[in-house]
Design a protein around this ligand. Sequence first.
Ligand SMILES: [Zn+2]
Length: 246
Amino acid sequence: MDDPPRIPRRRVLRGAVGAAGLAALGPLAAGCSTTPLTRAVPQAVERHLTPAEAWERLAVGNMHWVAGRLDHPDQTPERRRAVAAAQHPFATVLTCIDSRVTPETVFDQGVGDLFVVRTGAQTVDGLVTGSIEYGPLQDGTPLIVVLGHQNCGAVKAAVAAIESGRRPPGHLADVVEALRPAVEEARAQGGDTVDRAVHAQIRRTVTELRRDPALAPRIDRGGLGLVGAYYELASGRVSLLSTVGF
Ligand SMILES: [Zn+2]
């Protein structure tokens, strides 16, 4: 029996990624595994990542997850102590509450690496948007990722509620109403309503954040990027759907 393919586990120090780094992200969306599975940007310079560098770091981490070869970076007592006084995460991830979509795991990151905001089907309102704004506005976080996922229970519940006309109990109704535009868009398109609604919700959320008065100037200046992405539950693969700002 052949040995399984070896995946480089070492962390390598490379120069600025820029456009070349962004080009390297193509394989992520295409499911290609030719990109070396190495951490392209050392922890020491994480404070100064560009949006493209930040996304590359997440993309490389996701390749680790897909391949089942996690690095588990930044999960040592030393790292815990190092970030106790101050944190400078390199990305904010907005995703669903789903127990199978844990950002630090699917992007192979650790303590102090990510701001994470989670709501049902990554729906947003003023309170949630304030939490998303925190990193970019208060700490110069260079990237926001809107991560929707396959087989989203919140979207399925919203589709069922809207198609049946039955109001769900409690504040679940608020989640349904937040998802109504995406669900209506998906129903008008036909096909797999749930999956189309997941994609529509990702697009709509990216558009909403792009227009956010506090975030838009930072995106325009090039210091903040915005990514729409989709997570497949079984494969673990994150597909890049859209980028803004890089
Ligand atoms: Zn979900």
